[in-house]
Design a protein around this ligand. Structure first.
Ligand code: FE2
Length: 208
């Protein structure tokens, strides 16, 4: 099978996000779960050479025009690959704190304060039913929005550009936190990479 997509390396060690996210969770999440999405995405595309060179974001943004037999696979496995590739990059060792710069300013303008934003984001992440994600996105009108998606759906499927994404599938936290999703969410704020979020924001602003 042709390796159209490959598992990206993490920009840090598996243990880099401890004590907030444990090394074993990171390793399994990356080498088993994310690898699984990559493998199944490659398998789904293997019989569709004309789709193999298209950017993944383009496939995800236009699911309805894809051949019916692979729509679900691209949605779930392509979404999984896209979301996880995004997720690894917006975390880092010794992250956290309060966002500065343009994105910090935009958060203040839209939500009133960073604390108010964080509270709303936490509520969104905590109330995702079952498996899914919480996101801070820029919508088509250039406004910041907190949204959630089910399973491996991605905001790019709805014309939004993600700035921040938090994986709240149980596989992201269960080994360390068991059923305590709110504790995982609170811990995760210590590893968010605001510099990467700022870069995402710059990129989106440049393409609006
Ligand atoms: Fe995940």
């Amino acid at each position: 099978m042709k390796e159209i997509y490959t598992l990206p390396s993490l920009p840090y060690d598996y243990g880099a996000l401890e004590p907030y996210i444990d090394a074993l969770t990171m390793e399994i999440h990356h080498t088993k779960h994310h690898q699984g999405y990559v493998d199944k995405l490659n398998k789904a595309l293997s019989e569709y050479p004309s789709l193999q060179d298209k950017p993944l974001v383009e496939l995800l943004a236009g699911l309805e025009v894809l051949p019916t037999p692979i729509q679900t696979a691209i949605r779930n496995q392509g979404g999984g690959h896209y979301n996880h590739s995004f997720f690894w990059k917006i975390m880092k060792k010794n992250g956290g704190g309060v966002p500065q710069g343009l994105v910090g300013n935009a958060i203040q303008v839209e939500f009133g304060s960073f604390e108010a934003f964080k509270e709303r984001f936490n509520t969104a992440a905590q109330t995702v039913f079952g498996s899914g994600w919480a996101w801070l996105c820029v919508n088509g009108q250039g406004r910041l929005k907190i949204v959630t998606t089910a399973n491996q759906d991605s905001p790019v499927m709805n014309g939004m550009a993600p700035l921040v994404g938090l994986d709240v599938w149980e596989h992201a936290y269960y080994l360390q936190y068991q059923n305590r999703r709110p504790t995982y969410i609170e811990a995760w704020w210590h590893v968010i990479n605001w510099q990467a979020v700022e870069e995402n924001f710059d990129y989106v602003q440049g393409s609006l």
